[in-house]
Design a protein around this ligand. Sequence first.
Ligand code: PRP
Length: 180
Amino acid sequence: MIHPEIEKILISQEEIATKIKEIASQINQTFNQEEIIVVCIMKGSLVFTADLIREITCPVVLDYMQVSSYGSGTSSSKFINVKRDLEESVEGKNVLIIEDIIDSGNTLYKLKELFDSKNAKKVQICTLLDKPSRRESNVQVDYCGFQIPDEFVVGYGLDYNQRYRSLPYVGILKRSVYEK
Ligand code: PRP
């Protein structure tokens, strides 16, 4: 049953589940039973991280960060504010940063810089969604679920005004919802 405020389902629950198995299999090959510190970037990545780690067969240590862009408006700022930092030390460790979506790329660009200064053994980036047409900062993504067009997507962790995160699919929000 589609939510009444969703225009259409862009990526179904089944497509997401299949893609997660594929990504996890690549991650398992890369890290080959070595321990990984999995860093969930809250809140959007919560759902994706929860499903992905259950397909990862390497030992996982789960941590999370919450970051926000400075400024307001629709375009992302190039500065990030760390609202919640890691508890784990990543020095000498394998790190996998999990994002729900890369839009301008500014958040991940700054995060990657931050991690590069922490002397981790290896830092990789995994995102469920990527909007390449919106890119401002160049970020190298190691694992990407789906490249999507520049549509207003919600669900599977993604929100509009903190709503719709619990939808099991990625859907396009009706314009009437955000143009009220
Ligand atoms: C979203 C998303 C990324 C960031 C991507 O987070 O989860 O962290 O924006 O945008 P960028 O590539 O333009 O930097 P948001 O700030 O909406 O927070 P949320 O995850 O709590 O919804």
